[in-house]
Design a protein. Structure first.
Length: 173
């Protein structure tokens, strides 16, 4: 098997780009493709110790709007919505940096540029090393799902079937 990895933050036309299989973090709305869920995750709030050390008071739900934010275009649409049980807060930050890249958003947060909602799976390494910390435990934004996407179950090459089975066997329960 040979792999050519194409990593993009914008949606790619799989047929036009001649891509056999994709892994997408999004709701699946593409007709004519098989979409198999690999895992579910949540967007939760993170900040670096560097950012937190500059604050005069701890971050609370009451002062979230006045924080410097890192927003991921397409996940937030300029608005922040978070929930904890039956409580819900929604606001538009007054100060923010916006990017279309979750990976770049993580780097901005790690470097102390602001607080932001990130996918847990992409933050594990930074949380374990102490580069960022999770804020407001119990509060989260929307759920995120990661899907394996490919054109058809019919006429799949054996190598594709093996690869798909491998990916599906490694998914979290």
């Amino acid at each position: 098997m040979e792999f050519d990895f194409v990593v993009k933050d914008e949606r790619v036309d799989l047929i036009k780009s001649r891509i056999d299989i994709a892994i997408r973090v999004a709701a699946m709305d593409e007709m004519g493709f098989v979409a198999r869920k690999l895992f579910d995750d949540k967007l939760e709030l993170f900040a670096s110790q560097q950012y937190l050390s500059r604050l005069k008071e701890p971050i609370t739900t009451q002062n979230l709007i006045s924080q410097r934010w890192v927003l991921i275009n397409g996940l937030s649409n300029g608005e922040v919505t978070m929930e904890k049980g039956t409580e819900k807060i929604r606001f538009v930050p007054t100060s923010y940096i916006e990017t279309n890249s979750p990976a770049y958003a993580k780097e901005l947060i790690v470097s102390g540029q602001g607080i932001g909602l990130l996918i847990n799976n992409i933050t594990r390494d930074c949380v374990e090393t102490g580069n960022i910390v999770k804020l407001l435990p119990g509060w989260s934004a929307r759920d995120i799902s990661c899907y394996l996407l490919y054109p058809s179950r019919q006429n799949l090459a054996k190598r594709m079937q093996v690869f798909i089975n491998f990916l599906m066997s490694t998914r979290e329960s």
